[in-house]
Design a protein around this ligand. Sequence first.
Ligand SMILES: [Zn+2]
Length: 507
Amino acid sequence: MSDKLYDKILEIALKRSILIPSAELYNAVSGFYDYGPIGVLIKKKIETVWKRMFIKMHGFHEIESATIYPEIVFRASGHAEHFADPIVTCKKCGMKWRADKLLEERVGGSYDGVSEDQLTRMIKDNNIKCPKCNGELTDVARFALMFKTTYGGESKNIAYLRPETAQGMFLDFQRIFATYGSRLPMGLGQVGKSYRNEISPRRILIRLREFTQMELEYFFNPEIDDIKEFEDVKDVVIPIMGKDNQNIENITVLQAIEKGYITNKIHGYFVVLTKQFYDMMGVKEYRFRQLNDSEKAHYAVGAVDLEVNTSFGWIEAVSLAHRGDYDLSSHSNLSKKNLSVFDDKVGKKVMPNVIEPSFGFDRLFWCVLESSYRPVTDEKKWEWFDLPMFISPYHAAVYPLVKKEPLVNTANDILRSLRGKGLDVIHRATGSIGRRYARADEIGVAYCITVDFDTQKDNTVTLRFRNDGRQVRVPINRLYEIITLFTDNDVRTLGGSKKVEEFPVVK
Ligand SMILES: [Zn+2]
C-alpha cells in the first residue's frame, strides 16, 4: 500500500467536502473533524447498516443517552481512576508526548499496562528525546483522558463528557429490562459521540478527541453463556492471533473458542457478526487479536480486537470485550440499588454479564475510504471511490443530456419524484456529460440517469452504472424499483448477493 495513500484520500475528502477540519477558520484544533454533506450521507448509511445488523435484526433496543454525566458515574465505571495516558513533557519546548507511543515508534513492541516507573526507565535507557526539538523529557506522569466540566454554575458539581457510550446502557438497563418483560438475554445499543482528551491526536480520523461510537451491550445470564445464532456461524473461518502467539491462524470461530482466544459462544457470535459487517463494508485486510492481560481494559474478562491494515499501519478498529458483571456490580455498589435480576430459566436472581462489540465509527469510515479508493487507470481517467452500493452517498445523479427544454423539465420531474420517495439524488445540467459522470464517480454515486431526446418519445432514460460504466435503457416509472434493488442494505444477504451481472437489462 502506498505511503501516500492517506494524502490522496485526504485531498479528495477535503476537495469534495467529505471531511472538514473543525473550526478551520481559526486554524482548526487537531483531533476534531466535521463531516461535510457527502461525509454525512455516507456516515448515516453506514450507521443504518450497523443498527440493522447489531440491533434490529436481533430485536434488541436502541437508546440515545446523555453525553455528560456527574462524576460519580465515572467513579463507578472505573474511568475516573483508570482512564489516563502515560505522558512525558519536553523540558525545553513544553510539548507533551505519549510515552508508550514514543517507545512503540522508536523501540517497537507494545507498552499497554506498563507502569510509569518502567516507562520512565525505558525512555532513559533508549535515550529518547523530544521528537520536535530533541530536548530532555520529564519522568512519565498520568494524564486524565476525560474532558471535565461543571453543571449548574456550581464548581463543586463536577461532570465529565462521556469517554464511551456504554455507560448509558448500564445506567438505563434496569428500567428498560422491566419495560420489556424482564427477560434475559437483552441487547441495548446506541450510536453517538464520545470524547477523549487525547494528548496527541493524529492520523486524521484515527485518533480524535471527539468521535462517534457504535456500541452494543448484550446482557446475559453467566450460567447460560450461549446464543442460538452461534450454531449458524460456528464453522465460519476467521483470521485470529492468540495472545501468546504472533502468527495469524485461519481457524473456525469454534476452534478459536476451544483454544481460549475467545471467551464463549456469545463472544464468538459477535466476532463473526463483526467480520461479516467489515466484509460488507468492503474492508479486506483485517485480523482479530486476543488482548493480553496488560492490554485489556480494567473491566474486561477477555477481549478481542479487530485490527485493520491501513496506510498508517495496523490500527484497532473494533473492540469485542467480555465485561463480566463489572459495570452493573459497580453501579449497584455506588448507587445502593441492586441491579441483579430474576432469571426464570434458572429460578433465581443473577447479576447479568455483558459482551460488548464496540465500534469506532471514524476509524471504520477511514478504512472504508482507503479500501474503496481507486486510482486513475486507462479506462477511468479519474480517481474514484468504489463504495459498496448501499453506502454510496447518492443513490443517483440526474442529468439532462444538454441544458435544453423539455429535457431539463423532465430531469427535474424525475429528481422530485425520487427525492420524494426518500432517495438521495443530485442533479446538474451544465458541463459535458463525460465530465459530469466523472464528478459523480469520484464521490461514489451509484447511478447516473440521463434524460435525452429519446426520452420524450418512449418515456425511457439511460441508467449508467458507476463501476463499469455500463448503460441500459430503463422506463422512468421503473427507476425507483431498479435503483433500490441495487442500493438497499438488506443485511440478511450480507450485501453480497446482488452482483452487477444481475443488472436487469431493460429493452
Ligand atoms: Zn521539545
